[in-house]
Design a protein around this ligand. Sequence first.
Ligand SMILES: [Zn+2]
Length: 307
Amino acid sequence: MADLMEKAIAVNGHFRAVAAITTKVVESLRKRHDLSPGASVALGRAITGAFLLASELKGDEKVMVQIIGEGALGEIVAEACPSGEGRGYVKNPRAEVPISDGKIQLSQALYPPGTVTVIKDLGLREPYRGVAPLVSGEIGKDLANYLWISEQIPSAVALGVYIEPDLSVGAAGGYLVQTMPGATDDEIELVEKNILQLPPPTELIRSGNTPRQMVEEVLRGHELKWLGSQRLRFKCRCSKGRISEALVALGEKELEDLIFKEGEVEITCEFCRKGYHFSREELQNLLWRAVKRGKTNDTQDERRSKG
Ligand SMILES: [Zn+2]
């Protein structure tokens, strides 16, 4: 089955839920970045969370989830778009994460203190940026805490990645449910009960549940209105043009140093490991662009200071 995300709202408007299966996306991240089992679980949960958050965006908007904790994994970055494209990386992709009772103890490789940062590019001048402290290191609870602390939305988030004995990704996915204004205490209690009775997401997925069935389980007792489904896949947005832009943005001084010290460079995209080669001549051209841009900025600054 292809990776898929489905969302619904309770007909009375009191709850919103979205569920996703991301097994193929996470397996493709594992292969691309040669992830250790612990890193697969961490990045898999983070990108599933990013997809769930992206479900409320539209068009060209995108969301980035960045998790930084103490411990071996370092930093985890996952980005997703409402069109179902996602990408991500782990700072230390080969980090060993402790296993006990056959379960990967993610919190021990990502333990607090740390931060969860969510950056939403909504096509405005400045992206929206919210930060919350890392509370558990298991990512699902951390995202729910983020949504409460930073966006004041009471939510439950369940995320999971199942690693097969051959270390491939056997199942990945999760769900997000949000309480909307107007929900009564009884209704909230019922949804909490639904969630408590549910097996973990990986178990639901491995026993053949679809995202739609997961949403139905979470919001059992409510009549639902379906808001659409979205196929999910890995896709990186990098290109030589974008990397060139980033080099120009380094500025004149840094580029001069680069040309002087390295002559030519090979730049690897952190998100997909694709390499981009820049010859000395190409770097010289970028330097020219940086110089020109620097001049334009100076003139603008001058104008500003005169005005
Ligand atoms: Zn890339």
